[in-house]
Design a protein around this ligand. Structure first.
Ligand code: FA5
Length: 335
């Protein structure tokens, strides 16, 4: 019985120590460490079970009962503490995360498309309806695509017509979207019917109608039997769709090394006295068709390069191209 009474005292001491310790545990991590110390595989309760080996056989039953009671009691105490702690944590979180529904909301300004993006999409959709696809090409071009393939050899004076920003001896920021014509024709066989919108760069002095960065939309249609009359028809259809009735369009002779004949297209708003040049166009030069492996005896085509800024200026009565780039919200909000 002596063994049993000393076991009883050890159990009572352990229980007391555990209860005092548990009362001061305030977070789940500490609670877990504490639980392992008592109930872990090598914890203090498991250690205590080892005394059973030394207890006489008559006392074994009673000792076992006491030890099981101890283990169950401690397990319950830990469970209760865990429940209390999670309740506190929830309460604390609810207090911390509470929202004052009476505070005014945060209003966000609703943006909209830049006028240039809008005009570009509008032009794209007109040509998509006519059956053209949208193509893209690189803004950094090689001299070959920008000049040679467009029938402008190295020492041709026409190179000077494009005031180009060079990046290296052979690469440049494209001054027009015409090189995309070459990329597209190199990778497809006729018929080709594409438009290509994109940014262009020129060393032009900035004024009301010129910007060093601007946008063009290129169009290219190559097929059997196309003539200048088809180009004129497409442009008239486009002008009517884009501007509406009352705008007048005029063709005048021009020169581009990659088209023959070449024309300059001007537009005049109803009641206006000034013509504004919106694009260069023409029948694709047979030399350009040959350079991409097309047979100029079999297919012909036409192309144009349209300035998007100028189209937006005409439509919305904007008199200075610089307004598009100044980031003045008072300007942007008008659209
Ligand atoms: C060309 O760039 C030719 N590649 C167009 C072309 C394509 C001709 C296919 C024939 C066949 P041009 O330099 O004229 O042509 O420019 C075309 C249009 O781009 C101009 O009519 C104008 O609307 C616009 N543009 C040219 N330079 C500027 C600039 N600095 N700022 C704003 N718009 C410009």
């Amino acid at each position: 019985m002596g063994d049993l009474s000393s076991l009883g005292k050890t159990i009572a001491d352990l229980n007391g120590e555990m209860a005092r310790g548990l009362a001061s545990v305030n977070d789940t991590a500490t609670l877990e460490a504490f639980r392992v110390e008592y109930l872990g595989r090598k914890g203090r309760v498991s250690q205590l079970f080892k005394v059973l080996a030394d207890v006489s056989s008559e006392e074994k039953g009673e000792a076992g009962r006491l030890l099981n009671e101890l283990r169950d009691g401690i397990t319950r105490a830990f469970e209760e503490r865990a429940t209390t702690l999670s309740g506190c944590a929830l309460e604390e979180r609810l207090t911390r995360e509470s929202v004052d529904m009476t505070l005014p909301g945060i209003s966000r300004a609703i943006g909209h498309m830049h006028p240039l993006t809008r005009v570009q999409r509008e032009i794209e959709s007109i040509f998509l309806r006519m059956g053209f696809d949208v193509a893209t090409g690189p803004e950094i071009e090689t001299e070959y695509y920008n000049f040679e393939a467009l029938n402008i050899p190295a020492d041709h004076p026409a190179r000077a017509d494009w005031d180009t920003f060079y990046i290296s001896d052979t690469t440049l920021l494209r001054p027009h979207t015409s090189p995309v014509q070459i990329h597209v024709m190199e990778s497809t066989s006729p018929p080709v019917r594409i438009i290509c919108p994109g940014r262009c760069y020129r060393r032009d002095a900035q004024d009301a109608t010129h910007s060093p960065v601007f946008h063009q939309i290129e169009l290219l249609w190559v097929e059997e039997g196309l003539s200048l009359a088809n180009l004129k028809y497409v442009l008239e259809l486009f002008t009517r769709e884009y501007f509406g009735e009352g705008y007048t369009m005029r063709f005048s002779g021009d020169f581009f090394p990659f088209t023959e004949p070449s024309v300059q297209v001007h537009i005049k708003a109803p009641g206006a006295s000034r013509w504004l040049e919106i694009m260069g166009a023409g029948m694709v030069d047979p030399a350009v068709l040959s350079a991409v492996g097309y047979d100029p005896e079999r297919v012909s085509g036409f192309a144009f390069g349209l300035g998007i800024e100028r189209m937006a200026m005409l439509k919305y009565g904007i008199d200075d191209i610089r307004a598009f780039l100044t980031n003045d919200l008072r300007f942007i909000r008008q659209f």
